[in-house]
Design a protein around this ligand. Structure first.
Ligand code: HEM
Length: 162
């Protein structure tokens, strides 16, 4: 008697599980659109050019690094920095024509404080151009990825890059 009274409950439970299980939905099976590159999300060529302009201006005012760039040709450095920024963020129509980061900074004896100052200048320029936090985080990750090629390895003091 007890078993018979449990049968409807068993069927009801089975039915609920069957109804709640996910069934493939043809409306969601189409290929997702390709994700936009960081370069496009930032705003493309004009926006990156404007950011690079402010990176240069920030360096020129930053007491920690301004002397490093005192003898540089601004238009040359801005051109190379635009190219590397664009190429590293996924631009398909910009080619970086400069040196690799290790060769470009070889023998400069750049320390961590200087590296962090440059990163600060870059992110400040990004913020000035209202770049969203997510995109700023991605820019920071790119900068961090080249740190070991730029900072003199003898003065990198943490263990992250070793
Ligand atoms: C944070 C990441 C950095 C990136 C992505 C970067 C990128 C570049 C690029 C693309 C060039 C041009 C290379 C070429 O001539 O082919 C360059 C040159 C240079 N960088 Fe950096 N750099 C970084 C950090 C630094 C730091 C921390 C310093 C020193 C404070 C520095 C000082 C210089 C100097 C002095 C030059 C030579 C400019 C000239 O040719 O007159 N850079 N950098």
């Amino acid at each position: 008697m007890k078993i018979i009274s449990l049968i409807p409950i068993f069927f009801a439970a089975t039915l609920m599980v069957a109804c709640s299980s996910e069934t493939p939905d043809s409306s969601t099976s189409a290929a997702a659109p390709a994700a936009k590159s960081l370069y496009d999300r930032i705003g493309g060529k004009d926006k990156v050019k404007a950011i690079v302009e402010d990176i240069w201006n920030n360096h020129a005012k930053n007491p920690i690094v301004k002397d490093r760039f005192a003898g540089s040709d601004p238009s040359y450095v801005k051109k190379r920095v635009f190219e590397i920024f664009a190429a590293a963020t996924g631009a398909t129509d910009v080619e970086y024509k400069g040196m690799d980061m290790k060769s470009a900074h070889k023998g400069m004896n750049i320390n961590e404080m200087e590296f962090n100052a440059v990163v600060d200048d870059v992110l400040a320029a990004c913020a000035m151009h209202k770049m969203a936090q997510q995109e700023q985080n991605e820019v920071l990750a790119i900068l961090w990825s080249v740190r070991k090629d730029i900072v003199n390895s003898h003065i990198i003091t943490d263990t992250l890059v070793n």
